[in-house]
Ligand binder design. Structure first.
Ligand SMILES: Cc1cc2nc3c(=O)[nH]c(=O)nc-3n(C[C@H](O)[C@H](O)[C@H](O)COP(=O)(O)OP(=O)(O)OC[C@H]3O[C@@H](n4cnc5c(N)ncnc54)[C@H](O)[C@@H]3O)c2cc1C
Ligand SMILES: Cc1cc2nc3c(=O)[nH]c(=O)nc-3n(C[C@H](O)[C@H](O)[C@H](O)COP(=O)(O)O)c2cc1C
Ligand code: SF4
Length: 683
């Protein structure tokens, strides 16, 4: 065993329940053991994953939320008895691993209910909404403490939930918890006085304007979660452990406005002073554990931290709140084992909560324990596979339907929650495979093809593996991208894949291969205007080309915004010019990631020109054309162009020539890696 993490691998207790170590799999919708879209659906795929995780040295496993009332078709969980008989059978197997399991039951989402762009008419049009009710009751699922704007479309007003509906939810919590207990589940987690979900909306003043016994005073605002734990204890006994998912501080300035780390701001939600009282109040009401983070949907990057957020971003606040309770406290949010171990040793927290890292590598705790850290494929906090709910001005949740139905897939681990679509099966016929290009696309295809038994050679025209991901991962906050790149290069070495460096393939006849994979990447797009020849390409900037103090960035997509963010953090003055009506107005970039950058620019008063384009750069002045034809001028020392990329395959696709990565379709690691598997599995 790796002695470095001694404290993590010590036992602890929740109430009377002993847990073997201090690693908690945090709940992630998508790993829900009860499918919440169909009646009586026990999710075999999620159950298999949870078992695999349990076998890999995890103390406490918490599957993703189980709504007490299904989102689709509106069935009450406690009435879906078949789910519980399947659960009972499963738990016998599960407990053999020595892990414990809590089921996270949710009261609902309130104004945070993610309204898909193509379904927002159900929320806006009363007639259509009523028609769709038996399948998807949008009005119920987005019902909030009082009438509130939806987080996903500010023009949609979510109605106030009724007292009768609250009573039914509390009743169902008790009944569902009892059924869980009878099925062998070790405890319940109540979702959530956290992240701005329904119960959290009840507790915070900016979202609760009720005048009945559930609004107004502190006691009234916390009444709903208190009544729930009392009901569960009534049904299951006082010794049955109940945890609450708890955001220590809301970090919220108001609707759609979060507070950044270190920012001085006026809290609209729960501040630390109230939290000190609330934590103790929840404990005294009967809760046995606080499973903590920070934030709300308005400050979503605290609960779902992107790479811009510091590692262990919630730890300081969680350690503080532990001083006010006697029950165990878990902390999640980009936790690192070294820091978690120290905190556990110093009694700062009781356990580390981890979510996404399990989606990339379900065996990471075993590797950690056995001192095999270099084999852990790191999570890059992109949310591109697991949680890619995008939202920008005028557009509600923009996401492929397939992604809505399958959360918790992973950009860089295609096997994760993908219905067995991606699998490494030994090749029937061993072939010679030539991979042209040693970027992530080439390396991943080579890796999977080699694991299938093929004999693979990578031909790379430079002297390094990594391709465009080398400059793409150069910025300070891309540490985990750099770690991932290192992991890929290591795996290529470990698998003894032959790499021919400084070898540019121009002619197919130079290759002795049965199958050829073209993974030659892309080339940057260029906009032409007077003075555009002085513009620096984004990649050249990332490779080290110097810029002046005032820098205009053409293109406010993800790359342009990340460069602007980095420039600003380094004391320069970025100015962003974007043709669309919002920054990062693209599908697939999670709102938690994009809202961090938007909030950062807003808070730091970065000059952003939307619905605008650059038409001229001359004598240190950039001429910008606005939506109505008005021209503005800004002084600039440099311009960086970041307006996208076009595929650059050196050969075209044919029977035994396969295109992979950006050479096939410009995207991100999700499209690159998933395509690499598709090709490597086929050849
Ligand atoms: C600035 C920037 C930031 C990004 N950030 C992210 C991010 O945060 N998250 C994310 O998921 N995605 C990100 N992306 C996208 C991601 O980096 C790319 O989609 C991915 O790296 C492409 O990999 P690839 O292997 O297809 O191509 P490349 O990485 O471009 O690899 C192509 C390789 O082929 C070699 N080559 C070309 N021609 C030949 C030839 N004839 N013979 C031999 N070798 C040849 C090249 O030298 C190169 O090594 C970013 C992209 C950019 C540009
Ligand atoms: C895809 C996804 C789904 C999530 N669903 C839930 C959920 O159902 N309940 C919950 O309390 N937290 C949920 N979370 C938050 C995680 O439990 C965890 O706190 C968060 O991912 C931060 O931890 P990490 O940085 O280790 O991933 C979800 C996170 C992700 C990525
Ligand atoms: S999709 Fe991205 S954030 Fe989600 S688990 Fe995979 S690497 Fe991590």
């Amino acid at each position: 065993m790796n002695n470095k993490y001694k404290s993590i691998f010590t036992p602890w207790k929740i109430g009377n329940l002993k847990i073997k170590n201090r690693v908690v799999l945090c709940p992630m919708g998508g790993t829900s053991i009860f499918g919440w879209m169909e009646k009586n659906h026990f999710d075999k795929q999620a159950a298999d994953l949870l078992l695999e995780i349990a076998k890999n040295e995890v103390g406490l496993v918490i599957p993703g939320i189980a709504p007490v009332k299904d989102v689709m078709f509106g069935h009450w969980l406690h009435k879906s008895k078949k789910k519980f008989s399947q659960l009972k059978e499963y738990m016998t197997e599960f407990h053999k691993t020595g892990a414990k399991m809590f089921i996270q039951l949710t009261a609902g989402f309130g104004r945070s209910f993610a309204i898909p762009e193509n379904m927002k008419m159900l929320a806006k049009n009363k007639f259509l909404g009523t028609l769709a009710k038996p399948i998807m009751n949008m009005s119920y699922h987005s019902a909030s403490p009082s009438e509130l704007p939806s987080r996903w479309d500010e023009t949609i007003k979510c109605r106030a939930i009724t007292k009768k509906e609250i009573d039914k939810i509390i009743y169902s919590f008790g009944q569902s918890a009892k059924l869980c207990k009878e099925a062998g589940i070790d405890g319940i987690e109540v979702h959530a006085v956290h992240e701005g979900y329904l119960l959290d909306q009840f507790t915070t003043e900016y979202t609760n304007k009720r005048t009945d016994e559930y609004g107004g005073s502190f006691e009234n605002r916390y009444r709903f979660p208190v009544e729930i734990v009392k009901e569960i204890k009534k049904q299951c006994g006082k010794d049955f452990p109940v945890s609450v998912r708890y955001s220590v501080v809301s970090k919220t300035k108001g609707f759609d406005e979060g507070a950044l780390p270190g920012e001085d701001f006026v809290e609209a939600g729960r501040d630390m002073k109230e939290s000190e009282k609330a934590a103790k109040y929840l404990q005294d009401a009967g809760y046995d554990m606080l499973n903590c983070d920070n934030g709300t949907y308005d400050a979503w990057y605290w609960a779902h931290p992107p790479a811009y957020m510091p590692t262990n971003c919630n730890l300081e606040d969680v350690e503080h709140i532990k001083k006010f309770v006697d029950i165990p406290v878990v902390c999640a949010g980009r936790m690192t084992p070294d820091v978690a171990d120290k905190s556990i040793e110093n009694k700062g927290i009781d356990a580390m909560g981890v979510g996404r890292q399990f989606l990339v590598d379900p065996a990471w705790v075993t590797k950690l324990k056995n001192g095999k850290e270099e084999d852990i494929q790191p999570c890059i906090c992109c949310h591109n596979g697991c949680f890619n709910m995008a939202h920008y001005k005028g557009v509600a949740n923009l996401q492929d339907f397939d992604d809505t139905m399958h959360m918790c897939r992973c950009a860089i681990n295609p096997e994760m929650m993908n219905d067995g679509k991606f699998k490494i099966i030994p090749a029937k016929k061993i072939k010679k495979v030539a991979v042209i290009g040693g970027g992530v696309g080439g390396m991943e295809t080579a890796r999977i093809a080699t694991m299938r038994g093929h004999k693979v050679t990578i031909y790379e025209k430079t002297d390094k593996l990594g391709g465009v991901f080398l400059p793409a991962s150069v910025l300070d906050f891309k540490e985990y991208d750099r770690m991932l790149l290192k992991w890929y290069v290591n795996q290529v070495k470990k698998l003894k894949i032959e790499v021919k460096f400084n070898t540019e393939i121009k002619d197919l006849s130079s290759l002795d291969a049965d199958e050829i994979v073209v993974a030659t990447g892309s080339t940057p797009r260029i906009l032409r205007f007077e003075g555009s020849d002085k513009a620096i390409d984004a990649l050249d900037y990332l490779k080290g080309v110097e810029v002046g103090e005032r820098v205009v960035i053409i293109g406010g997509g993800l790359t342009g915004c990340e460069i602007a963010y980095d420039l600003h953090k380094n004391g320069k003055t970025p100015i962003i010019v974007e043709i669309k009506n919002d920054l990062i107005a693209v599908k697939g970039v999670c709102l938690a990631n994009s809202s961090y950058l938007r909030d950062y620019f807003k808070t730091n008063k970065v000059d952003v020109h939307l619905e605008s384009s650059v038409v001229k750069f001359s004598n240190g002045v950039v001429h910008i054309l606005g939506r109505n034809g008005e021209e503005s001028k800004v002084k600039a020392d440099s311009i960086i162009m970041s307006v996208g990329y076009t595929p650059a395959p050196v050969f075209q696709k044919s029977k035994n020539i396969h295109l992979v990565g950006d050479a096939s379709h410009v995207g991100n690691l999700r499209t690159v890696v998933w395509r690499a598997w598709e090709v490597a599995e086929k050849i």
